[in-house]
Design a protein around this ligand. Sequence first.
Ligand code: KIV
Ligand code: ZN
Length: 387
Amino acid sequence: MATENRIYIFDTTLRDGEQVPGCGLTKKEKVRLAQALEDLGVDIIEAGFPISSPGDFEAVKSVAEVIRNSSVCALSRAVEQDIVTAARAIENAVRPRIHTGIGTSDQHVFTKLRTTRDRILEKAHFCVSTAKKYVDDVEFYAEDAGRTENSFLAQVIQEAVNAGATVVNIPDTTGYCLPSEYGQKIKYLIDHVKGIENVIISTHCHNDLGLSTANSVEAIQQGARQVECTINGIGERAGNTSLEEVVMILKKHNWLNYTTGIHTEKLYSMSRLISETMNMPVQPNKAIVGANAFAHSSGIHQDGVIKNRDNYEIIDPAEVGVNKSSIILTARSGRAALNFRLGQLGIQLARPELESAYEEFLAVADQVSVVEDEHLQEIVAKLQDVA
Ligand code: KIV
Ligand code: ZN
C-alpha cells in the first residue's frame, strides 16, 4: 500500500466505457479523447483491449504514440496471445502498462471458466510474469473480486504480488458490494497479503446498485490509492464509478487530505465532449456535470441562493468549469427570484408593480414549464401599457 495520500486516477472511458452498445469509437476519436483525458490530468488512460479487434489494436497503438504524460494501459485476459498483443499495441508508449487478470469468484471459477481454484492461482502468477517480460508496470485484476471469498482472494493477490505486479485491481465487477463490505475487503488484503505495501491497490466499481462511487471512496479510506472510473460514469450495464464524482468528493472533503492530479475546471467540458462523441446523453440530475447540477428552481432555494450562494451550493460552479449557477423561473419560483432575474435584465420594479408582475408571472408559469426572458419582457410591457 502506498502510504502517501495522492490518489491515482485511472480512466477507463475508452475501454470499459466504450463497451457500452452505441458508444464505439473510431481510432481518430479515441486519440482525440485520450488527448483530452491527458489534459484533464488523468494519471492512467486505459486505451482499449487490443486483442478484441484489429481496429482496437490500431486505436490503442495510436493513443500510445501520442500520449506523453499519462500512462497508457492495454487490457488483456490471462492468455499469452492477449498479453503479447497488448504489449505490441503499447510498445511506443512513454509509460506503458499492461492490465491482465482472471475471474476469482466461485461463480466465475466454476461456472464461467469451468476450472479449479488451483488453476486460477497458477494463471494469476502466469499472466503477471508473462506481462513483466514486456513492461515493468503490470496491473493485475481479480475479476468479480467483489463476490470472491476474502481468503481465496488474498491467495490470488499474493500470487500476483509475488510475480511482480505493481498494481492490484480489486473489481466489484457486478456492483454487488456494500461500501463497508468492499472497504473491509481492501483492509483484509492489506492485513493478509505479504508485500502488498509495495504495490498500489486499485478500486474498480460498477454501479448496478448505485454504490460505485461510495464503494470507491470507502476503499480509498481503507488504503486503496488508485481509482478506476469513467467520465459521466459510463460503462457496462449501469456503468462504472464516475470520475467527476470521486474527484470532487475528495476535493470537497479536503479534511481527508487526499489529492488527485485532475484539473477540475475542465470536468464540465470533458463531460460534454464524451457525451457528444460517444452518443451518450448526460442525465440532467447527474451529480457535478448534469444540466441541473447548478440550477435552482424552487422559491425557497432561489431566495436562499440569491442571499448567499453557500446556502444551497457546496461547489462553486467555476470549480468544475460551469460559468455560473442558474435561477430557473417556474411556477414554484417566488418574488425574490422574479425580482432578481428582472434586475439582471435591467428592469427595476417598485413593490406594487412587482406584485402585479408576479401575479401575471404565475399565470404564465402555469402554462409553460420554464418562464423565459421573452415572457418577462412581455409581462413588463403589458404592465406598462396598463399604467
Ligand atoms: O469489471 C471488471 O471486472 C473489469 C475488469 C476487466 C478489470 O472491467
Ligand atoms: Zn469493469
